[in-house]
Design a protein around this ligand. Structure first.
Ligand code: G3P
Length: 299
């Protein structure tokens, strides 16, 4: 935190008169106290990102600082409890070739599929899922039955295919009944089509291992998709839900960055967006120059 705490309060014209700057400085002092507690638990490199960046691209303000204070306290507490928070990246696809390609980068933790993605590829569902299971330890396969008994039967079959299969269940009341049953049988689940905090809470209480709020589709409807993730993470911080939050329906790299800043456990990313994540024009320019200069050395 050292060397970064003064920046947020600079340039806040008029804020000092209202007392806002003083309160922000006090809040930053509180963060630094937490920082001292966490000194041995987190390397400075991982913490300074949390402090320098606001959870959204909005300018640093008191609310953002408070949120970061809370998130850092939670990280310290999770670490003290022996937990090891680690963001997971999934590919949102039914294309096996794309899974193999990204998995080869060594950064892929799982895959999410859905009936629309499977239809787009036009390949056999079971064979596709099984092929993906060779590359990653977590492949979401969605049930297409709509009543609880049908979902349970279908999900039990999917999970018998491979231990990497996670049964994807829609967020309906029938889905909730099925989730409870799957949890009691030790079958891993991902609840899809989550669009509200109340749905997130119900799915987690019913036993979902993962919930998938769809942020892009909320944005498409003029709502605030990432705001939903912020709200869900806030609720998750207050309770002990044994359920990971997977940010779905992502549309661009900034979604992944903002999900990470909010501490979401998993982000599922379409292939076209994943392909953009390693890119930066300055990396290309820098490498070109390094290689040109190296040639001049005649080695
Ligand atoms: O897999 C579910 C989700 O990620 C779908 O995204 O782009 O169809 O809203 P999208």
């Amino acid at each position: 935190m050292k060397g970064t705490s003064s920046a947020p309060t600079e340039g806040t014209d008029g804020a000092e008169e209202s007392g806002e700057a003083t309160e922000t400085a006090e809040t930053i002092e509180a963060i630094e106290a937490l920082d001292a507690d966490g000194e041995k638990l987190f390397p400075v490199s991982s913490r300074c990102i949390v402090v320098q960046e606001a959870p959204t691209s909005a300018p640093m303000n008191k609310m953002n600082v408070l949120r970061m204070e809370q998130e850092f306290a939670l990280l310290v507490s999770a670490k003290q409890k022996g937990e090891n928070p680690r963001m997971k990246l999934f590919l949102d696809t039914a294309n096996v070739r794309h899974v193999a390609e990204i998995a080869a980068w060594g950064v892929l933790d799982g895959v999410t599929t859905n009936p629309s993605l499977v239809a787009k590829e036009g390949k056999a569902f079971k064979a596709t899922v099984l092929e993906m299971c060779k590359h990653v330890p977590c492949v979401s396969a969605q049930v297409t039955e709509t009543d609880a008994n049908g979902m349970i039967k279908q999900g039990e079959e999917y999970s018998s295919w491979n231990k990497h299969v996670v049964v994807k269940v829609p967020m309906t009341t029938e889905g909730l009944k099925a989730l409870k049953r799957f949890r009691s049988k030790g079958i891993k689940t991902n609840t899809t089509l989550v669009f509200s905090v109340s749905q997130a809470i119900l799915a987690a209480k019913a036993g979902a291992n993962i919930i998938s709020p769809f942020i892009g589709r909320l944005d498409d409807a003029s709502e605030d998709g990432m705001g939903l993730i912020a709200d869900i993470m806030e609720v998750w911080h207050r309770y002990d839900f044994d359920c990971e939050v997977l940010v779905a329906s992502t549309r661009h790299p900034r979604h992944i960055v903002e999900a990470a800043l909010l501490g979401a456990h998993i982000c599922t990313v379409p292939y076209e967006v994943f392909a953009k994540l390693p890119m930066h024009p300055l990396t290309d320019v820098g490498l070109k120059k390094f290689l040109e200069d190296w040639k001049k050395t005649n080695q």
